[in-house]
Design a binder for this molecule. Structure first.
Ligand SMILES: N=CN[C@@H](CCC(=O)O)C(=O)O
Ligand SMILES: [Zn+2]
Length: 430
């Protein structure tokens, strides 16, 4: 056995049902094991999967202490599933702190983008960097995410745009996937913006005729393992029909559809995504009622991004309409040079304060439902026998502190476990 965590004050299992996600009324509460005698324990096997969860006495009867490679005494602490960040753009160079100042002074995101800033500024800085430089900054960001409790993260390309540069970003992410202890779900997002000097139609053709076939070729040669395809479906970027063609081409090479839609303008992205059986759609501030209904039917996950709405002062998306309609709602940090947030505890706090979510809703959105948005709803995001042994152990006697104590996750997170291995321990930092 790889790991025993025992005597915890609480273990938040999320659910005891055999489900891939939670929605509707089932999001109102999370399953918490608490035992006032000798606390609660989790045992993780040699392959990194959860072998047992229950009272410390029960779990300790199943094995001898000598059977475990490592034992953690979690007396007085709470154990949660590792967080799953459903949406990030982590590989880029050149910060945009100057644009933050412009936005504070009133400039809008699309104004900055149309004037050649925004994504274009980042692309210009990124393409000048070597793969090694990009890898080192990516690694630094991913390790910070891990220390903030994220054990699985969706990572997009999108700051290369041209074919060669996009393939380079995919390779940098692939290296991180192979070398780092955080699990990565890799997303190809060549359609993040229309490269300068091209029309959206020309860019769409290049993506379909050149980039996607190259991607397939590299995947066939096992040089890349990309899981998802993304596009920025937005007025002035890729329209809904161009987005549909790109996503369909990705689907044909067996990528899951997971894209940006209905953010700044109503685009009927949700309706289009549901038609294509998208796994997930992000943002959705401007979604229509029909779009919500269609996503409920197709089982598409709605990925809400509270940091973006906060920074850009967007109208909050209709989170409760999604939940009541039966759509699985997830959250993500949307880490990118526009929104510099690496920590899911902060995202959960903003989901509550900005979007009116309850703490159980925010935690489910940051674990099981985020896992579902990455095709991992049956294996990640909950502490159940047979699921991956990803844990966050916090120095608090009630799990809600991880959301309530805004900006304090560094002080609360004691240990992060990925597949039964300790990948971060706060004491080693001091
Ligand atoms: N909307 C498109 N992509 C990002 C922003 C990327 C950028 O501004 O660099 C987002 O999700 O918010
Ligand atoms: Zn994004």
């Amino acid at each position: 056995m790889r790991l025993l965590v025992h005597s915890a004050r609480q273990v938040v299992t999320i659910t005891n049902e055999d489900v891939f996600y939670l929605s509707g009324r089932a999001m109102k509460s999370v399953e918490v094991l608490q035992n006032n005698d000798d606390g609660v324990a989790v045992a993780i096997d040699d392959d990194g999967y959860i072998a047992a969860v229950g009272s410390t006495q029960y779990v300790r009867r199943l094995w001898k202490d000598d059977d475990f490679e490592k034992i953690i005494d979690a007396t007085g602490k709470c154990v949660l599933p590792g967080f799953v960040d459903a949406h990030t753009h982590p590989v880029w160079a050149g910060d945009r702190v100057h644009e933050f100042a412009m936005k504070l002074a009133g400039a809008s995101y699309l104004e900055i983008h149309s004037a050649g800033g925004g994504i274009f500024f980042t692309v210009d800085s990124t393409v000048k960097c070597s793969s090694e430089e990009l890898y080192q900054s990516l690694k630094d960001r991913l390790i910070k995410m891990l220390k903030a409790g994220t054990t699985t993260v969706e990572c997009k390309t999108g700051y290369g745009l041209e074919t060669k540069a996009e393939m380079k970003l995919l390779q940098v992410l692939q290296r991180a996937k192979e070398e780092l202890p955080i699990e990565i779900s890799l997303t190809y997002c060549g359609a993040h913006a229309v490269p300068k000097g091209k029309t959206p139609e020309e860019a769409t053709e290049i993506i379909i005729r050149d980039q996607i076939p190259r991607l397939k070729n590299m995947m066939d040669q096992k040089l890349l393992s990309v899981e998802n395809i993304d596009v920025f479906c937005e007025k002035g970027i890729f329209d809904t029909e161009q987005s549909r063609r790109i996503l369909q081409a990705g689907k044909e090479i067996e990528l899951r559809i997971n894209f940006h839609g209905d953010e700044l303008n109503p685009m009927k992205s949700a309706e289009m995504g549901a038609e294509l059986n998208a796994t997930a759609i992000s943002h959705l501030e401007m979604v229509s009622k029909k779009g919500i209904e269609d996503m409920a039917v197709s089982g598409t996950v709605a990925v809400m991004l509270p940091t973006t709405a906060y920074l850009m002062k967007l109208k909050p998306p209709p989170v409760h309409e999604f939940i009541e309609a039966g759509v699985p709602v997830a959250i993500g940090s949307d880490f990118n040079p526009n929104v510099h947030c690496l920590a899911m505890p902060t995202v959960m706090n903003l989901a509550c304060t900005m979007f009116g979510m309850s703490m159980p809703e925010a935690l489910i959105a940051a674990t099981l439902n985020a896992a579902a948005s990455l095709g991992r709803g049956s294996t990640h995001g909950a502490i159940q026998k047979g699921r991956v042994g990803d844990l966050v152990i916090i120095n608090a006697n009630k799990w809600e502190h991880i959301i309530y104590q805004l900006g304090s996750h560094q002080h609360l997170i004691d240990i992060v476990v990925k597949k039964g291995k300790i990948v971060y321990r706060s004491t080693t930092d001091y």
